[in-house]
Design a protein around this ligand. Structure first.
Ligand SMILES: Nc1ncnc2c1ncn2[C@@H]1O[C@H](COP(=O)(O)OP(=O)(O)O)[C@@H](O)[C@H]1O
Ligand SMILES: [Mg+2]
Length: 768
């Protein structure tokens, strides 16, 4: 039995009691205007018991503490199985809620039962026999506007609620435990199941086993391969030795042949050197002899040198004389020409000089010039004035004076010319003298030149070596021929000089030739080389083999090929051995894989079996619970049949509930069952209220532990008319009060006070 005894609320939501109020048995009406704090009172009781409220859904302390206050306190006393308990909750804005659960003994002693928000919550659920907040809310507490709470719950939650009331808790616990175990095995979205994990492990182990077997096979294959390879290696090594000895013979042969060839090359070159040397010295000797012979022919030419010098001098002299001759000739001719010119000039001037008036010579001229000018001017002036006779007289005298002036000037000029001609005649005589001298000189020069040329010719004729050239060109003139002779002599001198230079060059070349003993040495070397060549013998080759470089390179190639094969086989054997070692190590280390796989297979099999069993068990429990739960439905239906007429003024009487608690009500007008939402809103609320009450009544006999003796109905009359309202109140008073000791009706509708035992009126959060 669970009953509510008293409640004190300070600053919780709108509520601020002055003192605690006591609850009595029977129907209690909680009355008051809208927002006076009626629903808040239900929240306060629920918060005291479970630490939760209906509204707001996720309440924080600051939503629950009165606006403006910093802390709130709720104290609830209740009776559970004849024991008295007190729950106190202190809410703070800025720190965690403090909660205590105490037992009050009959003597008034206080025994602490639990402290702390969570511990108190758990202990209350425990004392209520496992009934939790959602279960209360879905059954004996019908919250405002939440009539359909039970129907709206999801299937599992509803099952849990019904299970709780049907004392099927152990089913819940077992199902939960089994589900947990099943999840453990099966896994969930966020967690991997054990079966899966072990299966994966098994998979990995099987893969390892496969690997193990493959490795074992590989190892035996490799061992077999190594045996074959070792056999091949032995054969190859024998072949290699044979080929190698052939190669060395051929190489030696090649070296000897090359040495021989080398010797013969040296011999040839040395012999060539000797031959070259002899040929060269012979040629040089011959050349020297011929140059010497040529030079000998020039031997007498040296003696001609003084004669040539003399000829040269004589030639110079003759040239100078010839120049002088032409000079004298030119001056003679010029003088001759001048004399001729002077003679003819003097001859033409002789007559003119005879007619000169001797009387006028030496008389004055100037007075007559002045007087003639004055007279002419005076005449001209008289003519201008107009004295004509005087003008004529003066001009006539002026003319006379002018004639006298002309006569005297003419006489003076002739005298001067006569005097200059006398000078010219004297000059002509002088020139005639000069001409004679020049003629003499010219003749003398002609004689001198002839003498000089004769002397030159006799000198030239005295040199037999070059006289030939002189005679051949004599026609051109003695001097020219002399010059040609000198040129020929010059040329032969130059030829001789060139020969001497050539001789010197050849001699120098001769000097460069190696000395005789050197040649002897080379000859000795030739002998030695010849001996060496004859002593060198070639090694003997195997039958059918004749040496060529190709044969040798083929043999070497063959040998190298075999060598490579041997190396390859050896490295292959080495690799294989290493691999065999590592495989061997792996196989010994993993020898336990076979039993491991076996035991893992067993484990997986066991887990799978276990999972199967759990699944079956859950199914069994659930179907058992389901059959128990379905037993409730007929009872709910029968309770509804008695409640419905009371709540609907006897208009509706029968209702059925399907598996999902879908509600259908018999409509007398339609003559059939209709789903609840077909009816008017108010009527639907009445159906739901009827269902909630019927449900609570049907569950009561089955309820485990401590059955709640109180039922809360928040605004159950809101959507009913006066007639139905009084029907509801009547039902509560007559029928429901037989089943529950405490019925709390929260209602803002007035006029109910006469139908209830107790009334708590609230105004602005205070109990009036
Ligand atoms: N923490 C709070 N402090 C003060 N008033 C609150 C608080 N929370 C809600 N209220 C007020 O309490 C009133 C609701 O009280 P309620 O009990 O639901 O009224 P009713 O009597 O109609 O059921 C509203 O006026 C709301 O504003
Ligand atoms: Mg309300």
């Amino acid at each position: 039995v669970v009953k509510l005894l008293s409640l004190d609320v300070r600053n919780f939501k709108k509520l601020r009691f002055d003192s605690s109020i006591d609850f009595s048995d029977g129907i209690t009406l909680i009355a008051g205007l809208n927002e006076s704090g009626k629903s808040s009172m239900l929240d306060a009781i629920l918060y005291a018991l479970f630490g939760r409220v209906i509204r707001p859904l996720k309440a924080k302390n600051e939503d629950l503490i009165s606006y403006g206050a910093t802390e709130a306190t709720i104290t609830l006393e209740c009776e559970i199985a004849d024991r008295r308990f007190r729950v106190t909750r202190h809410l703070y804005k800025s720190k965690p809620t403090r909660a205590t659960l105490d037992e009050i003994t009959a003597k008034g002693a206080v025994l602490p039962v639990a402290a702390g928000q969570e511990k108190v919550n758990d202990e209350v659920v425990n004392l209520l026999g496992g009934i939790t907040y959602p279960e209360i809310i879905s059954s004996t507490v019908v919250a405002q506007k939440e009539l359909d709470k039970l129907i709206e719950l999801n299937r599992d939650d509803r099952r849990k609620v019904i299970n709780a009331f049907l004392n099927l808790d152990s089913f819940n616990t077992v199902t939960a435990a089994l589900s947990e175990e099943r999840k453990d095995l099966e896994g969930t979205g966020s967690r991997i199941g054990k079966v899966h994990v072990e299966r994966e492990k098994l998979l990995l182990l099987r893969q390892e086993l496969d690997q193990y077997r493959r490795n074992a096979e590989e190892k035996s294959a490799l061992e077999k391969q190594n045996m074959t390879l070792a056999e091949e290696l032995r054969t190859s090594q024998i072949k290699f030795q044979e080929q190698n000895s052939l190669c060395s013979t051929l190489s030696r042969y090649e070296a000897a042949a090359r040495a021989k060839e080398n010797l013969s090359l040296q011999l040839t070159s040395k012999r060539q050197i000797c031959a070259d040397h002899l040929a060269r010295s012979e040629r040089l000797h011959k050349e020297i002899a011929s140059i010497q012979a040529e030079l000998d022919s020039y031997a007498d030419y040296e003696k001609t040198q003084p004669s040539l010098e003399r000829i040269k001098m004589q030639l110079e002299k003759a040239k100078a004389l010839s120049i002088e001759l032409s000079t004298t000739e030119r001056s003679w001719q010029a003088t001759q020409k001048e004399v001729g010119t002077l003679q003819s000039a003097l001859a033409s001037e002789g007559d003119a000089r005879v007619r000169t008036q001797a009387g006028q010579v030496g008389k004055p001229i100037l007075p007559f010039v002045v007087s003639s000018a004055l007279l002419l001017l005076g005449g001209f002036a008289a003519y201008i004035v107009g004295v004509l006779p005087i003008a004529v007289a003066l001009i006539a005298f002026g003319f006379v004076a002018l004639v006298l002036v002309v006569l005297r000037v003419n006489a003076t000029t002739s005298l001067l010319r006569h005097q200059s001609m006398l000078g010219d005649l004297r000059y002509l005589d002088q020139k005639r003298q000069d001409l004679l001298v020049a003629e003499q000189r010219h003749l003398q020069a002609e004689r001198d030149l002839r003498t000089a040329e004769e002397e030159l010719a006799s000198l030239c004729n005295s040199i037999p070596e070059f006289v030939e050239a002189f005679r051949a060109s004599r026609k051109m003139g003695t001097m020219q021929a002399g010059q040609i002779l000198l040129d020929v002599a010059q040329k032969s001198r130059e030829g001789k000089n060139a020969l001497q230079v050539k001789l010197a060059t050849v001699r120098a070349e001769m000097q460069k030739l190696p000395p005789e003993n050197e040649l002897v040495k080379v000859q000795k070397q030739i002998e030695t080389l010849d001996r060496e060549f004859n002593q060198l013998t070639l090694p003997e080759l195997p039958i059918c083999v004749s040496f060529t470089p190709e044969v040798l390179s083929d043999a070497l190639g063959g040998r190298d090929e075999i060598g490579r094969k041997i190396a390859a086989a050896q490295s292959r054997i080495e690799q294989n051995s290493q691999r065999i070692d590592s495989l061997d190590k792996y196989l010994t280390e993993n020898a336990g894989i076979v039993p491991k796989v076996q035991s893992q297979e067993e484990l997986v099999k066991r887990l799978e079996r276990q999972l199967k069993v759990i699944r079956r068990a859950i199914e069994g429990i659930q179907s058992t619970a389901e059959s128990l739960r379905t037993r409730i439905r007929p009872s709910v239906q029968s309770h509804m049949a008695s409640i419905l007429p009371a709540l609907t003024s006897s208009r509706y009487r029968a209702a059925i509930l399907d598996e999902n608690y879908g509600l259908q009500v018999w409509d007398p007008d339609a003559g059939e069952y209709k789903p609840r939402d077909v009816y008017s809103g108010g009527t639907e609320d009445q159906f739901l209220l009827a269902m909630r009450l019927a449900f609570a009544l049907a569950l009561l006999p089955e309820v485990k532990g401590h059955k709640p003796e109180f039922v809360f109905l928040d605004e159950p009359l809101a959507s009913s008319d006066d007639v139905r309202r009084s029907g509801i109140v009547e039902y509560l008073a007559s029928d429901l009060s037989k089943k529950f000791k405490q019925i709390f009706i929260i209602s803002h509708v007035g006029g109910l006070e006469d139908h209830v035992q107790n009334t708590i009126t609230l105004d602005e959060g205070k109990v009036v």
